[in-house]
Design a protein around this ligand. Structure first.
Ligand SMILES: [Zn+2]
Length: 416
């Protein structure tokens, strides 16, 4: 415990409280909590599941609450297209609209400019392989749905082909109307395959947009929302440093790290080590779009407080379940064999030690059958299990940091 120090430093708004930090294993570990203006608390570090259209696919909000999920990540671009921010505002904001009592993050729409634009051309994600799971590698001749200009992003709606212009101010305005707790500045996420010159140009543009967003936010905020600046710069030391220095010098409530995180998962650690020295200790940090098991440990060890990703929910929808078996920590429920047995004859839960609703009530043979015949409940049940797995993992990580036995926990988890 000698490496742990108590720290109750708060930002002026008490939006984030750092409860404990530890340098166990020479890592940069921290436990804290985010408290929104409604008083809902999100313990950190926490994994934030993606609820693109104000819904975690296959689950309703009550189920999300029951699972103990205290924070979700909603996509601004999708909510702008449907139902539109004016309708959400009229409904009383996202919390009331979806009846979710927790901390809601919204992105700026910038990532969609990437995923609907250059990612289609390059056939990549934030790290090159992210789309491989669902086999979405695309043809270079495929149509792009987004274009970046110096002062805005121009989208072509994938729903009806309508042209949408997103400026920094408009992105903030939409997020204000949506009524999320944590807003992100408009930024440009570059492809891991982008050149150094292009990544630099995009980073400079993101800096300009960040400043415009902050000024607009300050003039218009009612004080019940919090704005994060985003560090960009791809996998380039000087660009990350430049972006981190600039973004962290501004008066943001929190700091996010976005953009391309290199061509391998190992690069993430390096990028975080470049930017961390610039981020004030009392500000919460969010790592955008990261969430494999190994990446979570990397993020936690490098001072990140929250991270969002589609992995556990997307995997669930394709029949992949998380289990405490290294090195992959996943099993395929649609495969012919499970734990060495014929899956159709495996009349036991996904994990006999799991406390989730799915494992308490259903067997692998039944889930396998539901997937085989295409029942919707299969996706719901696997999503519950996977999110419960992630939630328990983060709760265990927080506890181990507080009790000064993070290294021991990690060793046991990876069985090394
Ligand atoms: Zn389970």
């Amino acid at each position: 415990m000698k490496n742990c120090i108590e720290n109750t430093k708060k930002t002026d708004k008490s939006f984030f409280q750092l409860i404990r930090k530890s340098d166990e294993g020479n890592f940069n570990l921290r436990v804290g909590k985010i408290i929104n203006s409604k008083g809902y608390e999100l313990p950190t570090p926490s994994f934030i599941p993606v609820a693109t259209n104000a819904s975690i696919r296959a689950l309703d909000s009550k189920k999300i609450i029951e699972l103990g999920i205290k924070g979700i990540f909603v996509n601004t671009y999708h909510m702008h297209l449907a139902p539109g921010e004016d309708y959400v505002e009229e409904a009383g904001g996202l919390h009331k609209f979806m009846n979710y009592q927790g901390v809601i993050f919204t992105d700026s729409g910038g990532f969609q400019a990437f995923s609907l634009g250059q990612a289609i051309v390059d056939g990549v994600g934030k790290i090159v392989s992210i789309f491989s799971k669902e086999g979405k590698r695309r043809n270079k001749n495929e149509e792009k749905f987004a274009e970046i200009k110096e002062d805005k992003i121009i989208f072509k709606s994938h729903l009806d082909g309508k042209i949408i212009e997103l400026t920094p101010e408009k992105s903030i305005m939409i997020q204000q109307k949506l009524g999320s707790d944590i807003l992100m500045v408009l930024d440009e996420c570059t492809s891991p395959l982008s050149s150094y010159e292009y990544t630099k140009k995009a980073m400079e543009r993101s800096k300009k947009w960040a400043k415009i967003c902050l000024e607009y936010f300050k003039q218009t905020t009612k004080g019940d929302q919090f704005l994060y600046g985003i560090i960009q710069g791809g996998y380039h030391y000087d660009l990350r440093k430049d972006s981190a220095e600039f973004i962290c010098s501004l008066d943001f409530d929190g700091i996010a790290i976005g953009g391309s995180l290199g061509t391998s998962k190992e690069n993430i650690k390096e990028i975080l080590s470049w930017v961390l020295p610039y981020i004030p200790e009392n500000k919460p940090r969010h790592l955008l779009g990261i969430g494999s098991i190994q990446e979570i440990f990397t993020a936690v060890e490098n001072g990140m407080d929250t991270f969002d990703c589609v992995i556990p929910t997307r995997y669930a929808r394709t029949g992949t379940v998380f289990v405490k078996t290294p090195p992959s920590f996943v099993k395929d429920i649609t495969a012919k064999y499970y734990n060495g047995y014929e899956t159709k004859r495996y009349h036991k839960p996904v994990d006999e030690n799991c406390n989730c609703y799915t494992c308490q009530n259903y067997t692998v043979s039944y889930l396998h059958h539901l997937f085989y015949v295409g029942e919707i409940s299969a996706m719901t049940l696997l999503t519950i299990h996977n999110l419960n797995f992630y939630n328990n993992l983060l709760a265990d990580i927080r506890k181990s940091i507080i009790e000064g036995r993070y290294l021991e926990f990690k060793k046991n988890f990876f069985q090394i």
